[in-house]
Design a protein around this ligand. Structure first.
Ligand code: DGL
Length: 265
């Protein structure tokens, strides 16, 4: 392993690209290898054990691509087994839950925090447990938002339909008076405009993407593994049809790229 090896990221689809976008901003010299498991998306409604198996399979693929750090850029896969991946594989692996929790605790004044995520993430209680490990006095309001991922993957982010769905999911959060809302799914920062519209200007939205990129920076800095040469090109892989992923991804990252399909066994 050397400092010019890549950062590997995985998600069920385009959501983890919100973390890639932050890596490009915070760590422009780093090379990225990304895997979107689009053939098996969404992960949210699947049992934890199944998601853990998918994530392990992808980690093994990423290990064939010269990676020095892996980011499980998916809350559902993080909730399903981050300690398991960390124990199983011999390189730094980080998830997206702890970084978001840290930022939420720094921002809340009223100690009323909202968490939105996929059904799998919310059912795991991972956010609530992590928040309460650090501050047991915080009131946590959780809400699963299963349609959000489908709106994003189908390119329907700034539409009246998205606003209507957001209104339905988020009204209870707004009524509960949360002052911080954790976007506990890497797809959700793509819906930030409608979420902001529903929650109003006084609620701070926490994107796990930004916070996770900070954590990656810290780890690579501490280990002396920051890249020192600009990357030649990044690599993108999907398990399903590359077309829609490439189109959504190019709009999100503001750059053209090619995506290769890998059929996982
Ligand atoms: N982006 C993912 C997450 O953060 C997965 C969404 C899904 O496939 O349901 O949870």
């Amino acid at each position: 392993m050397n400092r010019n090896h890549s950062i590997g990221l995985l998600d069920s689809g385009v959501g983890g690209l919100t973390v890639v976008r932050e890596i490009f901003t915070q760590l422009p010299l780093e090379r990225v290898v990304y895997f979107g498991d689009t053939a098996r998306m969404p992960y949210g409604p699947r049992p934890h054990q199944e998601v853990r198996g998918f994530a392990s399979q992808i980690i093994r693929f990423l290990l064939t691509q010269d990676v020095k750090l892996i980011i499980v850029a998916c809350n559902t896969a993080t909730a399903a087994g981050l300690p398991f991946y960390q124990q199983e594989y011999d390189l730094p692996i980080i998830g997206v839950i702890e970084p978001g929790v840290r930022a939420a605790l720094q921002h809340t004044r009223t100690k009323r925090i909202g968490v939105i995520g996929t059904p799998g993430t919310i059912a795991s209680g991972a956010y609530e447990q992590s928040i309460h490990r650090q501050d047991a006095t915080v009131a946590v309001y959780s809400q699963a938002c299963p349609l959000f991922v489908l709106l994003v993957e189908n390119g329907l982010v700034d539409t009246p339909e998205a606003l209507c769905v957001a209104e339905e999911y988020l009204r209870p959060m707004r009524d509960a008076g949360v002052d911080v809302l954790i976007l506990g799914c890497t797809h959700y920062p793509l819906l930030v405009h409608v979420i902001e519209k529903v929650m109003g200007p006084h609620v701070t939205l926490i994107s796990s993407a930004e916070e996770t990129a900070h954590e990656a920076t810290d780890i690579l800095t501490k280990e002396g593994m920051l890249a020192i040469e600009a990357p030649i090109r990044h690599r993108y892989f999907v398990s399903g049809n590359p077309g829609p992923f490439t189109k959504l991804g190019a709009a999100l990252l503001h750059q053209e790229f090619e995506t290769y399909q890998i059929l996982l066994p």
